[in-house]
Design a protein around this ligand. Sequence first.
Ligand SMILES: [Zn+2]
Length: 123
Amino acid sequence: MESRTKDVSSEGGKMRLGLTKIIGENQYNFSFDGADLWECIMESQKVSIYDIKECGLCHTSFLKLIAYETKEDKYKYVKVSCNKCKGSLTLGQAKSDNAYYYRRDKDTGNLDWQAFVEKEKTS
Ligand SMILES: [Zn+2]
C-alpha cells in the first residue's frame, strides 16, 4: 500500500475513527470521518461525553440516550434517561464548537441529574 503524507486531502485520503460510549447497559457506536487524523479527532470531540454506568439518582444501570426537541423554540436536546426512576441528565451543547457535554450543577460541579417531575417545564 502506497501512501504519501501530502495526499491526505485527496479523495483517497479519508479516515474513519470509531468510538464507543457506554450509557448504562447500552453501547453506542459512533464513527467519525475526516481527511486525516486531526479532522477525525476534531469530529470525535463533538461527542465528548464519557461513559455513564449508573443513574446519579437511583444508581441502577437502566439508562439510555434520548433525543428531543422543545416545541416553542425548537432547541434540540439529548439526554441520558433512567428507565427506573425516570431521572435524566441533559447534555448541553457548546455554541463554540457544537460539542456535547453533560450539564453540571453550577454550585457543586456535580453532574446535574434531574429527578422526574410529572410535567415537563415548557414555558
Ligand atoms: Zn434512576
